[in-house]
Design a protein around this ligand. Structure first.
Ligand code: C2E
Ligand code: CA
Ligand code: CA
Ligand code: CA
Length: 277
């Protein structure tokens, strides 16, 4: 037993070293991913209940590296956040997402908005507000066509500075939503401080909605509405979940039930297909 204990420790240590090496290699390759054209944005529709009109798309970053294959965004974004790389990626994502919004308008598909995930460190950058304004102006879209998804983590550091920037963007016309609500320390205090109008309930609550823990999602929706917020349920995978969410008067749903995140050409096809229904 002692032997095998030693072996598993050795294995553990080795795999930690491999991880650290791989992380460094990922960071190194990520730096060139943009210029090598390895990045793409995929778009996932967000639809109204019960009509299922597409009201917006969430932009989700994808990276296929020749060395590492398809790296999950959770992983490479965390690594990008540990260096200045997040600013490079963040700028690219904003520009691409605004371009997509412009394409939808050009195709006469209406002013559908695009949501972009924003890391806390992006918001902390001094020029964040002007970066967002420039992305909007360059693509010649309405500020209301861009939505920024932030998590309560933006309040961990420089809370006042972050709130002031979000407020400024809100006045400019950009929409703001609070992502992953319910995990972490989400509380009413945060909601009161952040100038958001939309709240996204984390998938973990939707997973439980048909079980004994169902009342949480219902309570969050009720609370959000009483504060004048609209609610998106994330990670909706079944018709039963959608039906339950409708019962709770959830405003919008997003999830594999409707579509996985897809490249922009397919997102346009979805928009046209949903229109016809
Ligand atoms: P998120 O913002 O909470 O995005 C939702 C995640 O849930 C996405 O994972 C999406 O593909 C996935 N999802 C959507 N519907 C379903 C469903 O019905 N079932 C399941 N199982 N999953 C569903 P993804 O694309 O892997 O992204 C993971 C996270 O990476 C995102 O979580 C976000 O925090 C981060 N991320 C992605 N793109 C960006 C980006 O451009 N910038 C930043 N800062 N973060 C990003
Ligand atoms: Ca999000
Ligand atoms: Ca989320
Ligand atoms: Ca998440």
């Amino acid at each position: 037993a002692k032997e095998s204990g030693k072996n598993s420790w050795r294995f553990y240590k080795k795999s930690m070293q491999q991880d650290a090496c791989e992380n460094m290699s990922i960071q190194h390759n990520l730096r060139y991913a943009i210029e090598r054209g390895e990045l793409a944005l995929h778009y996932q529709p967000i639809v109204s209940l019960p009509d299922r009109d597409i009201i917006s798309f969430e932009a989700l970053l994808r990276w296929t590296s020749p060395e590492h294959g398809a790296v999950p965004p959770d992983r490479f974004i965390k690594l990008a956040e540990q260096s200045d790389l997040i600013h490079l990626l963040g700028r690219w994502v904003l520009r691409e997402a605004c371009k997509f919004a412009r394409t939808m308008t050009d195709l006469g598909l209406g002013q559908i908005s695009v949501s972009v995930n924003i890391s806390p460190c992006q918001l902390e950058a001094r020029d964040f507000v002007s970066l967002v304004r420039r992305s909007i102006e360059t693509a010649a879209i309405q500020p209301s066509q861009l939505e920024l998804e932030v998590t309560e983590n933006v309040l961990i550091h420089s809370m006042e500075d972050s709130i002031r920037k979000l407020q400024e963007l809100k006045v400019y016309g950009v929409r703001l939503s609070l992502d992953d609500f319910g995990v972490g320390y989400s509380s009413l205090t945060y909601l009161k401080n952040l100038p958001v109008k939309k709240l996204k309930i984390d998938k973990s609550f939707i997973d439980k909605i048909l079980s004994d823990d169902a009342q949480f999602a219902g309570a969050i929706i009720h609370m959000a509405h009483s504060l004048g917020l609209v609610v998106v349920a994330e990670g909706v995978e079944t018709e039963q979940q959608a039906a339950e969410l409708f019962k709770y008067r959830c405003d919008y749903i997003q999830g594999y039930l409707l579509s996985r995140p897809v490249p922009w050409e397919q997102a346009i096809d979805l928009l046209i297909a949903f229109r016809r229904e």
